[in-house]
Design a protein around this ligand. Structure first.
Ligand code: N01
Length: 535
């Protein structure tokens, strides 16, 4: 198709996940004409793509859901404590239908470039099929974990069996019955998939390079009384969640772990282990900061795993010793460790037998060759910047975002970038994003953007752009908070070390969501957008 301007709107939104759909809802509510461009063949973002066996959210569904509409909160019924991928996707479709959003979403429409024109302060967005859209504003709702990395496993193309990726799982269920399967990767995705695949496979090899800490999920069917209680008190619960560090009610402890006895700490770890879920690391505010408390919590998990896994060698290889709990994203599982007690499951610890690569009929490590029929890659994402970097985004004077961010992302508030007027990123780098209840963070960002566009409209202005000094100060600010934290000292996708050549930078605002919200509100309406140039 030739390049031609097919449509002009006020706003183009890239991505139709939780963020893009809510942005669309707010833009329509403001009376702006908006369109969402989505590269997938369905809405739902992460929950559209990641359909692997066992995929579910590890934040309670009553919290990991939109809070903007009480009608939605009351109408929708979650069937489990932690909803499965399928149920979350059905929920997103339900919301899209309820608010008539679908007709403003163009599916199968990847965005390859977006260019700002200085002369008329308009953005031109180019789609993969060669169409051009002209808009005043552009909102990137492209997700933090939406670009899978292709692992550097030699000979992947040599392997004659099936290769599945957790991040782009086929829509039709895969039947592993009677098959020999290998899963590469033991992050949240691998840890969720392994117990389910093990139930079907003739044999399952789990290829682990770095172990992660995982807490039992204790998932269960939704308790009717629990749900009813939440629905009666939704407004207060949501409000209370906003007062926490991650906009999540984890019943966070306030007394530092170093101030209580080892016996009391042990009891508290036990209580939280039994309760299950991510709340484990919310027991003490200093759990990742005080070395003794962190060591105690890490050893507690190690002991628990040793009790669960019959083979002491396997148990030992399943828990990290090279970093403490909380340094990487905590995993939540449903029977992961117990899976290694099955006769049809083999742990392949790549630290002891490095992976040499794929063969035609399987894989080879330094110890020998293994025959398999299917390979499952649960090998992670180019987080935070991956999705934006693969689009050729150009701001004032043709400056490329990719080039500007070559040494790591620079932006203001995680929402705007100097030199890129009228461009907004939802849960962009430099914001709490994945350290929070991300649906709530999405709403806060979209609300901020909506308020900002309202401000421009009320004042008869058309452009807004972060001042260079605001961006520089924000970069120093988030680095200052992150400096010395366990996360910033640990190798993981949080720090970008999982992607070859990616700069190890601060991609996250680590000061907690309460403080973050105060900061963005202060930088926005409360100061009359003083850190921005309004044109
Ligand atoms: O990805 P990961 P993920 N050879 O990067 C390994 C969210 N999420 O998709 O650690 C061998 O955590 C890699 O090894 P190493 C959640 O925030 C949420 O699992 O680099 N192994 C690692 O083990 C999560 O944190 C849910 O040494 C290779 C694994 O692949 C985030 O998504 C569910 C390799 C990648 O783990 C990402 O999780 C799922 C190689 N060449 C995901 N390359 C919820 O429940 C990589 N690995 C909401």
């Amino acid at each position: 198709m030739s390049d031609s301007i097919t449509k002009t709107h006020d706003v183009v939104i890239v991505g139709a996940g939780f963020a893009g759909l809510y942005a669309l809802y707010r833009m329509k509510e403001m009376g702006l004409s908006a369109i969402v461009l989505e590269r997938g063949d369905g809405i739902g973002g992460t929950w559209h793509w990641n359909r692997y066996p066992g995929a579910r959210c590890d934040v309670e569904s009553l919290q990991y859901s939109y809070s903007f509409s009480d009608e939605v909160q009351q109408e929708w019924k979650w069937s489990e404590r932690f909803a499965s991928q399928g149920e979350i996707l059905r929920y997103i479709h339900f919301v899209a239908d309820k608010f008539g959003l679908r007709k403003f979403v163009e599916l199968n429409t990847g965005v390859v470039a977006a260019t700002y024109d200085d002369d008329d302060a308009m953005w031109t967005t180019r789609t993969a099929d060669g169409r051009l859209l002209r808009t005043r504003y552009i909102i990137f709702a492209t997700g933090c974990l939406s670009v899978p990395i292709e692992p550097d496993i030699p000979g992947l193309d040599r392997f004659a069996g099936n290769i599945y990726r957790t991040s782009t799982w086929p829509k039709t269920p895969v039947d592993f019955t009677g098959r020999r399967v290998a899963v590469v990767g033991t992050g949240s995705s691998g840890i969720q998939a392994v117990p389910v695949i093990a139930l079907e496979a003739r044999h399952l090899f789990v290829l682990q390079r770095t172990p992660n800490y995982s807490i039992p999920g204790r998932n269960s069917p939704m308790d009717q009384e629990y749900e009813a209680d939440w629905k009666r008190n939704y407004a207060q619960r949501r409000q209370a969640a906003l007062q926490t560090r991650s906009s999540n009610l984890f019943n966070a402890g306030t007394i530092p772990g170093r101030e209580v006895s080892a016996e009391d700490r042990e009891r508290e770890f036990e209580r939280r282990w039994e309760a299950g879920g991510l709340g484990f690391t919310y027991c003490y505010p200093d759990i990742t900061m005080d070395p003794d408390v962190n060591k105690h919590a890490s050893e507690f998990v190690r002991r628990k795993v040793a009790q669960k896994v019959k083979d002491p060698k396997v148990a030992a290889s399943l828990v990290p010793t090279e970093y403490g709990i909380g340094g990487r994203r905590l995993c939540v599982d449903n029977g992961y460790y117990e899976t290694f007690n099955r006769d049809n499951v083999t742990m392949v610890d790549l630290r002891n037998e490095p992976l040499l690569g794929m063969t035609q009929g399987g894989f080879a490590t330094q110890r020998g060759e293994y025959e398999i029929d299917d390979l499952v890659l649960a090998t992670g994402f180019d987080a935070f910047t991956g999705a934006l970097n693969r689009i050729d985004v150009r701001g004032r004077a043709g400056v490329s975002l990719r080039e500007k961010w070559a040494d790591g992302p620079a932006n203001y508030l995680g929402l705007t970038v100097t030199g890129f007027p009228n461009m907004f990123t939802v849960t962009g780098p430099g914001s709490p994003s994945v350290l929070s209840n991300v649906v709530i963070s999405i709403q806060q960002h979209v609300d901020w953007i909506t308020e900002c566009l309202e401000f421009l409209r009320q004042h008869g202005r058309t452009t807004i752009e972060a001042k260079p000094e605001s961006e520089e100060a924000w970069g120093r600010h988030i680095a200052g908070i992150a400096e010395g934290t366990l996360i910033s000292k640990t190798k993981s996708w949080y720090t970008g070390t999982n992607v070859t050549g990616k700069t190890n930078r601060y991609f996250l605002y680590m000061g907690g969501t309460v403080r973050y919200l105060q900061e963005i509100n202060q930088a926005g309406r409360e100061s009359g957008y003083s850190g921005f140039t309004i044109g």
